[in-house]
Design a protein around this ligand. Structure first.
Ligand code: ZN
Ligand code: ZN
Length: 292
């Protein structure tokens, strides 16, 4: 399938919200829909088809600001309007927008995708080599979030991707920062510390688990990251969600880990387990590990 390069002049419509707000919205929500009007060039609805990839480029203004800045999918293609018979209204679902100033510089883009210069003032369609080169360039410009298993939007053809539903609170980068700042980046169930075990910064790798039961999450629900989110390692996280609809709680995960001798990520020997059980019997206490 071919793709369309759409030129954007940041000083002019059609962007109808502050661009920076939409950069944040895409990071938070995964996608932002934007109305656009395609001028002649690729204006024919036959050429602009739903599902086509969109590359957003800046080709005017200060040279330092010119370059590749976004990726999206044509979500809807309208019929050319009666008053503006030469233009086609479209809806674009932008799934990746680089912050203004972080665009991939135009010289590097032109070097690999010479056809991009034909898009000055009008959209152009690319396919074949140019389309593949555009994707390769984009892969270098748009990195997936650290710790994410999903490829960055646009880094693979749409035929190789599927959209997944995600719990927005678990993905919100702002809430993650708040939670990690207050609770640290170690897994709250098994204690795994990424720095200690892998020598990597756990702040970006630990996952956020939303502990509020689904029946309490209605349209008016407002998350409190310090109460409703806990850091979990990917293993404990997938175990937590293995029960539906109410995921296992942190205390229950710790009970499971304690039962099999793996609490705090350490395998206890049979002797240690026997000693712990004996101590518990002597003290008459249950070995309830629900302490977090
Ligand atoms: Zn864990
Ligand atoms: Zn979760």
């Amino acid at each position: 399938m071919s793709a369309v390069i759409i030129p954007w002049n940041p000083g002019e419509p059609p962007w109808d919200r502050p661009y920076a707000a939409d950069v944040d919205a895409v990071r938070r929500d995964g996608v932002v829909r934007q109305h656009w009007t395609l001028s002649p060039g690729v204006a024919s609805p036959v050429v602009a088809v739903r599902g086509m990839e969109v590359w957003l480029v800046i080709l005017t203004g200060p040279p330092a600001a010119q370059g590749l800045i976004g990726h999206g999918i044509l979500a809807a293609v309208g019929a050319p309007g009666a008053e503006h018979v030469t233009t086609t209204p479209v809806e674009i679902d932008f799934d990746a927008l680089l912050p203004y100033g972080d665009q991939l510089p135009l010289p590097r883009l032109v070097d690999r995708v010479p056809g991009v210069l034909a898009a000055v003032g009008r959209p152009v369609v690319i396919d074949g080599t140019d389309e593949a080169a555009m994707r390769a360039v984009w892969r270098e410009a748009c990195l997936p979030d650290a710790g994410s298993l999903e490829p960055a939007p646009g880094s693979l053809p749409p035929t190789a991707c599927t959209r997944v539903q995600a719990n927005r609170f678990e993905r919100d980068p702002e809430m993650r920062r708040t939670v990690v700042a207050h609770r640290g980046a170690a897994c709250h169930a098994c204690g795994l510390d990424f720095e200690q075990r892998y020598g990597l910064d756990g702040d970006a790798l630990v996952q956020m688990h939303h502990i509020t039961p689904p029946e309490y999450v209605d349209a008016d629900y407002d998350v409190d990251p310090l109460v409703d989110l806990v850091p979990l390692c990917p293993t404990c996280h997938v175990v937590a969600h293995s029960r539906w609809p109410r995921p296992y709680g942190v205390g229950e995960l710790r009970e499971m880990l304690a039962r099999s001798g793996f609490l705090s990520g350490t395998a206890l020997t049979a002797e240690q387990l026997a000693a712990e059980a004996a101590a518990a019997r002597i003290l008459g206490a249950s070995s309830d590990p629900k302490d977090s």
